[in-house]
Design a protein around this ligand. Sequence first.
Ligand code: DI6
Ligand code: FE
Length: 398
Amino acid sequence: MTSTPCLFVNCRAATMAEGAPYGLIDDAAILTEGGTIRWVGPRADAPSAATHDLGGRLVTPALIDCHTHVVHGGHRAGEFEQRLNGATYEEVARAGGGIVSTVRATRAASVEDLVASALPRIDAMVAEGVATIEIKSGYGLDVETELRMLRAARALAALRPVTIRTSFLGAHAVPAEYAGRADAYIDDVCLSALHAAHAEGLADAVDGFCEGIAFSPAQIARVFDVARSLGLPVKLHAEQLSNLGGAALAAGYQALSADHLEYLDEAGVQAMAAAGTVAVILPGAFYTLRETKAPPIALLRQYGVPMAVSTDMNPGSSPMTSLLLTMNMACTLFRMTPEEALRGATQHAARALGLGDRGMLAPGLRADMVVWNADTPAELAYRIGFNPIHQRIIGGRA
Ligand code: DI6
Ligand code: FE
């Protein structure tokens, strides 16, 4: 971390401050010191300090991927291929595919294995300017493996210039050994694992999957009650495949976010707006599952619910690491604007993680920034499969 003040000049800064579109400052200067932004504004008004010329390029806050399952064992390319060769969902499941295959592979993996397999995916994210990544457990579904996943997530933070935030997702699926006994799974495994994860400082938040194929609102509420008693914030996979009222349930717990939301209704939107819960939009899963019902973007906009966008990186429904492509998909598939997409990968993603120290270029916030070979911020969502990154400045360090 460099503590000498540095003035980044000759750049267009998309500060994401409210007021102007993208909070754009055309000929901007950004003063950093000790890993923190001290001043942002027009270059003509800048305080004097040693300068660093950014060649007229675009600068944004570093990107934030606020919903990932990037730590997991194995992959599911085989079942992807089987399906495209005509196998039915049932045939794939009978051949040991689906989420259970990821659980099997994750249980067989050591912390070192999980770290090694996640690293190339983390690197792909970092290469696109992502500097904060949320990582969930949820493919262990037994106490030890849930803890191993979270330990692997924590270990990754020491290996790359990223902040990792963990979410305990013990309520992701009912493992085969508890088939038909979801309540017993919650009591015997999920809540024990949550207490153990909290005791070891492994969980920054608690997540769940509220869905017919996963857990009911009542079961999720039991997990959230324990989260609340431990002082942990919650978030929820809600309304992805059907409407069970998960978003309103989460909002009732002042959730940081409700995620997916394809089947969200107006009452759910209102509950989220009242609670200040962020809507995390996940177009990668929508695309992979060939879902046809889009989340209610216009309603979320109308009620002023902040929208984040994220990869949902996971081996089943969203084997995608590109947050830039996610931004493009949010625009093309869901008609979000390029500005909403960029706010969704910066300012609102930070809020979805409860992080008040990043996501914008403003005094007092972390100096996590990305310099792009781009003229305008809309280019970030506009291009498909192209990475215009020029440079990362993490903790003020160029
Ligand atoms: N929503 C999903 O789509 C996935 N998990 C979740 O909470 C599916 C995860 C998988 O298939 O591995
Ligand atoms: Fe997910």
